[in-house]
Ligand binder design. Sequence first.
Ligand SMILES: CC(C)(COP(=O)(O)OP(=O)(O)OC[C@H]1O[C@@H](n2cnc3c(N)ncnc32)[C@H](O)[C@@H]1OP(=O)(O)O)[C@@H](O)C(=O)NCCC(=O)NCCS
Length: 219
Amino acid sequence: MADFTIREYKNRDYDAVRRMFGEGMMEHLPATGTHLLKLFQVQFFFFISFLGVLFVSQSYLLSLVTLAILFLAGRWQLNKEFQEYVEQCKREDLLDIEKSYMANDNSCFWVAESNDRVVGMVGAQSALLSNEVMTLRRMSVARDQRGKGIAKALCRKVIDFARQRGYKTVSLETSMVQYAAQRLYENMGFRKTSVQILPTLFGKFAKFSVLTYEFKIHD
Ligand SMILES: CC(C)(COP(=O)(O)OP(=O)(O)OC[C@H]1O[C@@H](n2cnc3c(N)ncnc32)[C@H](O)[C@@H]1OP(=O)(O)O)[C@@H](O)C(=O)NCCC(=O)NCCS
């Protein structure tokens, strides 16, 4: 039997929810770094830098140290990008969760609770300018509680909520490096409807795509 329950968000969950969101996002940093290292332009930049320093200094050691410094600088910059994204989200809907999700009838936020601890979260909001599409947002499950079906239960909650309110579709966005999330949504019956490069400087440089998934409740 499941050792967790799903309930509506309460103000006392505020810190746990914001922390869990940040942790869930930051754990995609290594996969993003790996993706970057596979890009031709990144490999070319490292190669040219290595050769340039070698040519000028005639020192393999200095060239390797330069590579290490460039690698660490890249990692630092990536970390900063992720931190900024998390902070931005915390200034948007996650700043006042009560107001963003609980104040009207067409949005809601749920947490999964186990042994009096918040172990999962998800939000549902009516899409801007549409009364047919419900968006699923901020799905995250505590790392030590994964693989127990918590995300599936949270997902079902959003679908049921949308169905009860007469919405036709549940839509969500995830990224190319969120592999577990992609499997989760595909297994839940969501279909990938678009893949788009993130419209930021980082997105364009890193060829970092955002995937949109949709679940059809009815046509
Ligand atoms: C994605 C996430 C929410 C899944 O949470 P979870 O509670 O472990 O998921 P569940 O136990 O409900 O598993 C549901 C399905 O997801 C998929 N899945 C979950 N973890 C997976 C993994 N590590 N690798 C591949 N598929 C995975 C499986 O299809 C699984 O179904 P199955 O067990 O029948 O095969 C969790 O990994 C997470 O919080 N990640 C960090 C934050 C994030 O990426 N959120 C998504 C935002 S769009």
